[in-house]
Design a protein. Sequence first.
Length: 288
Amino acid sequence: MTQTERTVFVNGDYCLESEAKVSIFDRGFLFADAIYEVTCVIGGKLVDFHSHMARLKRSLGELDMATPLDEAGILAAHRRLVELNGIDEGLIYMQISRGAADRDFTFPAAGTVPTIVMFTQKRPVIESPYPKRGIAVISMPDIRWGRRDIKTVQLLYSSIAKNEASKAGADDAWLVQDGFVTEASSANAYIVTTEGRIVTRALSNDVLHGITRASVLSFAAESGFVFEERSFTLDEAKAAKEAFITSATSFVTAVVRIDDTPIGDGTVGPVSKRLREIYIDRAVGAAI
Ligand code: PMP
């Protein structure tokens, strides 16, 4: 075993990453017929874990997929992976697929055993450089499928978008449908209007129902911020006072440039900064 090898979880077993195996017939591999969750780890504890599990159940239900492990089992496995891999700060990725079956578009017969895998990644989250300098985003057309509310592993377009951003010297992409921003490649998108109102797209099949979004909006309301859940155009975003994203591993991170337009004065604004502080205080404080 090398120092860098992680212990990962595959269908109930803990094994070295070099020894982990999944069938080539796995429907996650062949059809992206799988869903996932990413939970942030801070100080060895899981942030917003129960909300991630609630969304996992919803994704499974929407795709009529079975789970091989209940919430208590998943929690125990998360905690064991954190311990075995010495994760202080980073994330746990968990994926459940419909399982392995001979290749056929139609779902396999009931009783096919789902595949479940989990692995950890160490990564600075609180001390990440991005929230300090803010991120630059490019805009791209949103050509993903119509059920973005289900957290599937069908992430090719998000991957292309992030890659295009990187090629353009930016950090991420904001996706635009019919002139309105849907979300970022792997985060929810927000603006702060000149009146100081926080605006983010309402929940629908067009966006992922972000766990961090729900927490941040509820903490924001408790702290006296006013928010509106409505669509906003790319032009409105470019003219906004501030812009930011939320996700499990970026928390609240300011967007300081969209395409070639600096947002506000082009630096991290007070609302994004304050919301990040509140989220760290509240959500990280309540981690389990
Ligand atoms: N939208 C998309 C498309 C995402 O991939 C993600 C994160 N995976 C989010 C939003 C943010 O969701 P969460 O806060 O639950 O990480």
